[in-house]
Design a protein around this ligand. Structure first.
Ligand code: NI
Length: 401
């Protein structure tokens, strides 16, 4: 079964390429996706699947009901683009000024549609159901995952898989990681209110620049002296704004920054520590302050059993040497929300080759080898059969390129 579906995926591959290039030429920004979800829904409807649009806002969810009873697998792809002017010289270059698929979400979408087509053709033989989750707005906070879950996209789903193409890793390789894989990302804002005055008479003022500087220095102790060294975190001040001229001590200052963590207890501790440091520093200097901590996406925590399943499948498909154990990354992904609800795993599929130049994600020259779509497709299809029917791919002859 798996073998014949791989053959179908190969035959469907040119269609995936066309769909990907169409998306690439007409990218749409997060929360502004209109034609993208329409195109996705049209494609899925033509396959005879039950399609729901406007899920949680702009999401598209399709259900494939297998011919036999069984469990339900969720597969997720995101479809938003970025506010970047494309600099690639390719015939499928973005036609929309200042908007570009510079993270590969066009690849994810087209790969998942190919999987939907291949599986829809054999639905009578499938023991269980498959839910295709096409998510809007992954690149911004708040993203699309949370509202889509609230709107029922995970109802009845027993397990979920998601993949991200990687321009850093070569095509034909995969990166997996159990447990905390991507960080929780939060932001903070501290407004300090002192008392302005002449810079020549500082004793008559309450200087928010000096107080702000003390706070920034104190914040450096959090990671260095408060977080368990076995755990990890980032506390970065990214902006410190105050003042207007050489002879005026201003009356206020503003500090903003980001916090990245993998553990909820570390996250909670840092949130309250920053507040305590702001309060105590201001207290000693006569200033007042407001402190705002805004939580972004939680950490992506891959479930061990499902990560092992993908690893096992990848070993068979790509060979053990091409399956890498990844280090945790400080980047964010709202796939985290799905994993808070159901078991699953989020993995990385190599997209770099001689066919494309090597640029990082979110770069104006980002591009990936489209064969990565076939790899994502094979991994998803294999995960579905492995999970639903315990149909393990054992034979090495199944490894195709
Ligand atoms: Ni991305």
């Amino acid at each position: 079964m798996v073998e014949s579906i791989f053959k179908r995926l190969q035959e469907i591959y040119p269609e995936m390429v066309n769909f990907r290039r169409e998306l690439h030429m007409y990218p749409e920004l997060s929360h502004q996706e209109e034609n993208t979800p329409k195109k996705i829904a049209d494609f899925l409807s033509q396959l005879g699947l039950e399609v729901r649009v406007g899920v949680g806002g702009r999401g598209v969810v399709a259900i494939l009901r297998g011919g036999k009873p069984g469990k339900t697998v969720g597969l997720r792809a995101d479809f938003d683009a970025l506010p970047i002017q494309e600099e690639n010289d390719v015939d499928y270059k973005s036609r929309i000024p200042g908007v570009m698929h510079a993270c590969g979400h066009d690849i994810h979408t087209a790969a998942l549609l190919g999987v939907a087509k291949a599986l829809a053709e054999v639905k009578e033989t499938i023991a269980g159901n498959i839910v295709f989750i096409h998510q809007f707005a992954e690149e911004v906070i708040p993203g699309g995952a949370k509202p889509m879950i609230e709107d029922g996209c995970l109802d009845g789903v027993d397990v979920i898989y998601g993949a991200h193409v990687s321009s850093i890793h070569p095509v034909g390789t995969i990166g997996v990681k159990e447990g905390a894989t991507m960080a929780a990302g939060d932001t903070f804002e501290i407004d300090i209110f002192g008392k302005g005055g002449h810079a020549a008479t500082p004793h008559l003022t309450i200087d928010p620049i000096v107080i702000g500087s003390q706070i920034i220095v104190n914040l450096q102790q959090i990671v260095g002296r408060k977080v368990d060294p076995i755990k990890s975190a980032v506390v970065s001040v990214a902006a410190f704004n105050s003042g207007i001229g050489f002879n005026v001590i201003p009356d206020k200052a503003k500090i903003t920054g980001t916090v990245r963590t993998f553990d909820e207890d570390v996250r909670d501790m840092i949130e309250s520590l920053i507040g305590e440091m702001v309060e105590s520093t201001c207290k000693g200097s006569g200033a007042t302050a407001t402190y705002k901590y805004v939580r972004g996406y939680p950490a992506v925590k891959n479930h061990p059993e499902e990560t092992k399943r993908i690893e096992k499948i990848a070993n068979h498909l790509f060979g053990q040497a091409n399956v890498k154990q990844l280090d945790p990354q400080m980047g964010m992904e709202d796939f985290a929300y799905y994993l808070q609800k159901v078991p699953g795993t989020f993995f990385f599929v190599g997209g770099n080759s001689d066919l494309v130049e090597k640029y990082p994600h979110h770069n104006p020259k980002f591009d990936v080898d489209e064969r990565s779509m076939l790899d994502i497709g094979k991994l998803f299809v294999s995960a579905v059969f492995d999970y639903l029917s315990n149909e393990v791919i054992e034979e090495s002859e199944l490894i195709e390129t």
